[in-house]
Design a protein around this ligand. Sequence first.
Ligand code: HEC
Length: 136
Amino acid sequence: MKYGIFSFIILLFVIAACKDERPLTIKDLDEVMIDLRAYQENLGDEIKAGRMKDAKWLAYGMDSVFGEIKRKFKEHRKLEQPFSYYYNLKMQKPIGLIKDAIRKGDTVLGMKGYRLLIKNCNSCHDDNNINKTVRF
Ligand code: HEC
């Protein structure tokens, strides 16, 4: 038992150090893309079913993930331009259409926005040689 309390204190330091590290470890882009896909798939299901009210938190949630990515990835080894460049070019319009459709409760406009969203997710992957197809 001589070293018991000593090891315990060391352990506490280790735990504290790990906790401190956590906010600094940045989720890489591929992990955030998996989150995005979860939002996109569920958003698609709600819009297709005409549940525009339920689509709301998914659309806004997805956009806040994009906000996070724009801040984090001013540069990335797989991107030629900062993420915000691609967001403005490809995501702003479909997400704007979808938010507009949600405000109006317009499923047709929602589908139009969603179709454009999928097309533009894929177009960004193509531009950056990412072999990943987002499905409608
Ligand atoms: C900047 C342009 C860009 C846009 C816009 C974009 N992606 Fe991606 N995506 C990437 C890049 C780059 C990767 C590869 C990331 C890596 O490997 O580090 C990727 C990878 C992925 C992956 C694979 C992740 C894995 O590791 O399996 C999925 C899934 C994905 N994207 C979904 C989406 C969805 C859904 C959208 C649209 C809502 C979207 N992406 C929009 C650039 C983009």
